[in-house]
Design a protein around this ligand. Structure first.
Ligand SMILES: [Zn+2]
Length: 257
């Protein structure tokens, strides 16, 4: 099992990060991908990557909620870091209009710029999308370079959204603890997405799966998500972990020992 989206570099884990990584290993999590948020988070990811070079991978990108009037300057500063750090993806990038639509145009522009980084570096993207799918698909449809491969993380759309996304390219879908919540619509999406397009993620420290809902989330919760998906799809937990491991390797080009 691989946690394809985990913010265990953030300050919520400053007191016990070593123990969190140890618990993840013991739970059978073979690798963790750390998605970046902004300029300030880069040294945190880099430090974790140095501490656990075989166990964690890092990405670079500007989170849509961190896109403000200085975004072009921020992206100018971030871009040379692609030569400095061993990144496996551009992320997390995307559109989030849930709380605030002020930066809608800027979010689209930042996404377009960073999708070009994917193309130039042959890297996949990690997309964060909240109330932003139409805007994201519009950016993808107007890209003046080939559409890169990538994952829509924490995916909670409709079956039709899955189709609209898949029509446009080599895309995967990240499923986290939301799938285990009562009244979640994600279980019915699973057969539409298919095991060959699914990635496991926690999105720690948020969205802890049942039976740990409400607590701080951490990567060791991945088996709860894996087992829930197996039951929902009527396959074995081993089949889900094998398929999602394969998908991570195919998308990010990493094959943990
Ligand atoms: Zn995230």
């Amino acid at each position: 099992m691989i946690d394809s989206h985990s913010h265990i570099y953030c300050d919520a884990f400053d007191e016990d990060r070593e123990a969190v990584v140890e618990r993840a290993r013991k739970a059978g999590v073979r690798h963790i991908i750390l998605p970046n948020e902004n300029l300030a988070s880069v040294p945190r990811l880099a430090a974790m990557r140095e501490r656990y070079p075989d166990y964690v991978s890092m990405t670079l990108g500007l989170h849509p909620e961190d896109v403000h009037d200085d975004y072009l300057d921020v992206l100018d500063q971030m871009r040379p870091m692609l030569d400095e750090y061993p990144v496996v993806a551009i992320g997390e990038i995307g559109i989030d209009l849930y709380w605030d639509k002020t930066w809608r145009e800027q979010q689209s522009h930042a996404l377009d710029i960073q999708l070009h980084w994917c193309h130039e570096r042959d890297l996949p993207f990690i997309i964060h999308c909240r109330d932003g799918l139409d805007d994201i698909l519009q950016v993808i449809d107007h890209l003046d370079c080939p559409v890169p491969r990538g994952v829509f993380h924490s995916f909670t759309g409709t079956p039709d959204d899955v189709k609209r996304i898949r029509e446009r390219g080599d895309f995967y879908f990240g499923v986290n603890g939301i799938v285990t919540f009562k009244k979640s619509t994600v279980p019915e999406l699973l057969p539409v997405i298919g095991l060959d397009r699914l990635l496991l993620e926690t999105d720690s420290p948020y969205l802890s799966p049942v039976p740990n809902r409400g607590k701080r989330n951490e990567s060791s919760n991945i088996p709860h998500i894996n087992n829930f998906i197996a039951k929902a799809l009527d396959v074995t937990p081993e089949e889900v972990s094998a398929a999602t491991d394969r998908n991570v390797s195919a998308l990010f080009g990493i094959s943990p020992a």
